[in-house]
Design a protein around this ligand. Structure first.
Ligand code: ZN
Length: 161
């Protein structure tokens, strides 16, 4: 495993559409391992392949309940709305509120190339939507409804505790 460089805003790769994975090759497996290590090393809860410069539809997430890999993820159903503060490893100093579905159901492929479904609400739904956006060249900044300064962010986080 290796830690890869996380691309930040301004890097064109973040604005391109990633391509579907047809086959789980050795290269894809190495990519997934590296993305896992890179995400945890950066204290992230999700990472999409374009964030490490690879235009493939692969995301890794761990919103606190374990590590998961989703290959070619597609949202097949969603319900409700939630609005929370988000951040992004590719936008290190930017925080803001984004509206997302409260619940999503996603179809994807697992590391063995088998079809799988995952559904969830709250943070899990939010992370999945955020990471899938990366695969389409969308940054959460594009959808933000309210920007938070570093001070406001601290205040908001204090209130939540
Ligand atoms: Zn992000």
């Amino acid at each position: 495993m290796a830690i890869r460089e996380i691309r930040t805003e301004g890097d064109e790769v973040l604005r391109k559409r990633s391509r579907e994975v047809d086959e789980i090759t050795e290269r894809i497996k190495v990519l997934i391992d590296d993305m896992e290590e890179t995400m945890y090393h950066a204290d992230g809860i999700g990472l999409a392949a374009p964030q490490v410069g690879v235009l493939k539809r692969v995301i890794v997430i761990d919103p606190g309940d374990g590590f998961r890999v989703l290959i070619n993820p597609v949202i097949i159903d969603e319900k409700g709305k939630q609005s929370e503060i988000e951040g992004c490893l590719s936008l290190p100093d930017f925080f803001g509120e984004v509206e997302r579905p409260e619940w999503v159901k996603v179809e994807a492929m697992d590391v063995n190339g088998d079809k799988m479904e995952i559904e969830g609400d709250g943070l899990l739904a939010r992370v999945i939507c955020h990471e899938i956006d990366h695969l389409d060249g969308i940054l959460f900044k594009d959808k933000v409804t309210r920007v938070y300064s570093a001070d406001e962010l601290q205040e908001a986080r204090k209130k939540k505790r």
